[in-house]
Design a protein around this ligand. Structure first.
Ligand SMILES: C[C@@](CO)(OP(=O)(O)O)[C@H](O)COP(=O)(O)OP(=O)(O)OC[C@H]1O[C@@H](n2ccc(N)nc2=O)[C@H](O)[C@@H]1O
Ligand SMILES: Nc1ncnc2c1ncn2[C@@H]1O[C@H](COP(=O)(O)OP(=O)(O)O)[C@@H](O)[C@H]1O
Length: 314
């Protein structure tokens, strides 16, 4: 039976601004999303038992139907029932490398890989925008994970405008294994604390959404100016996560002591990254952080900004 192996990269948020409420209960966002080399690997192949089956080497991900891998496969079954009948079921093996519930879109990128993998297995020939449309039904960050790279994301996070990202830029990424932040909690808390200040006026909302397109950080990215990018990084969700999780604030303070370009929490956290001017510098910062915080609960990675999303490697 034909099988495919896919690489599913994580993302960080170089910029995350919450700019308003939406009628669907979500928040209107202006973000810059960035793929990184740290990735899960997914193997996907047809079976002849008409079942979707998942195996995973991590105890940290749910193995019931709430797993985004199942949710993506179930969506493909319901959208393309004839292909499911023709090609049979799908066996999926997930090698989990991306920390879970970390603000790194780990589940989202797995779901994106399953959409791409089943498209290939069932020879559907879906276009990138058709895959992104399916992805948006599963989660706000999933359309970005398909093509990845560097993009401005607006709406719920699903409206994408691609950018040419920074070349040759490394980050140090750190996350306490035992710390997980719920994304719904982060948005709900932000809303309860800062909701009154939301822009309700539609003209202002549009103006603020457009502002990120011409903003300083976008200019810095197109000028390949990593230190200016670092200066302009921003994440509104830090305002609720840092006070609730002092370890995350301390981690940012630790990074700031070393020779980095800038540090920020990714997405709803709790992972924190530091942008560095070279791989050597990033390795040096990793050693410094490890010496300062010998706690084995803290995982630390050196990884690179990349210009792609899901890749089929075999
Ligand atoms: C915060 C971000 C930043 O990139 O990423 P993570 O930290 O999850 O990686 C995203 O906005 C998360 O995207 P994703 O994890 O796909 O969100 P979804 O599954 O669509 O929504 C999870 C929950 O987050 C809240 N949510 C999400 C997106 C949005 N624009 N407004 C929201 O209020 C809602 O409470 C929703 O129920
Ligand atoms: N394939 C998956 N990988 C990781 N987490 C998953 C997956 N499917 C569902 N989840 C659930 O999604 C939640 C969010 O995890 P994840 O996608 O890693 O983080 P984040 O939304 O912060 O980027 C976790 O609490 C986990 O239980």
């Amino acid at each position: 039976m034909r099988s495919y192996t896919l690489i599913a990269p994580a993302k960080i948020n170089l910029y995350l601004e919450i700019i308003g409420d939406r009628d669907d209960g979500y928040h209107e966002l202006a973000m810059i999303l960035q793929s990184i080399e740290l990735a899960d690997q997914i193997e996907i192949e047809s079976n002849d038992v008409q079942l979707i089956r998942l195996r995973c080497d991590s105890k940290e991900v749910p193995m019931d139907r709430s797993n985004l891998v199942y949710r993506a496969a179930d969506l493909m079954v319901s959208e393309f029932p004839d292909s499911f009948a023709t090609y049979g079921g799908v066996d999926i093996t997930l090698h989990k490398r991306i920390p879970v519930a970390a603000g790194l879109a780990g589940g989202s990128t797995d779901a994106a890989a399953v959409l791409v993998g089943i498209d290939l297995l069932w020879k559907l020939g879906l276009t990138r925008s058709e895959l992104e449309e399916l992805a948006a039904k599963l989660g706000s960050d999933i359309p970005f994970c398909i093509g990845g790279g560097t993009a401005i994301a607006t709406g719920r996070g699903e409206k994408l405008s691609e950018l040419l990202g920074l070349n040759n830029t490394y980050i140090v990424l750190a996350k306490y294994r035992s710390l997980e932040v719920s994304t719904p909690w982060a948005y709900k808390t932000y809303r309860s604390l800062y909701g009154d200040a939301y822009i309700k006026d539609i003209e202002n909302l549009t103006a603020r959404k457009n502002a990120v397109h011409s903003g300083d950080i976008v200019k810095a990215i197109s000028n390949q100016h990593a230190s200016q990018v670092a200066e302009k990084m921003h994440n509104d969700l830090e305002k609720v996560v840092l006070p609730e999780y002092p370890q995350v604030l301390k981690l940012k303070e630790s990074f700031a002591k070393y020779d980095i370009l800038g540090t920020m929490m990714s997405g709803s956290g709790p992972s924190v990254f530091a942008l560095c001017e070279s791989k050597d510098k990033a390795e040096e910062v990793k050693i410094n952080i490890r010496n300062e915080i010998p706690d084995p609960d803290l995982e630390i990675f050196v990884t690179k900004l990349i210009n792609h999303g899901i890749q089929v490697v075999s």
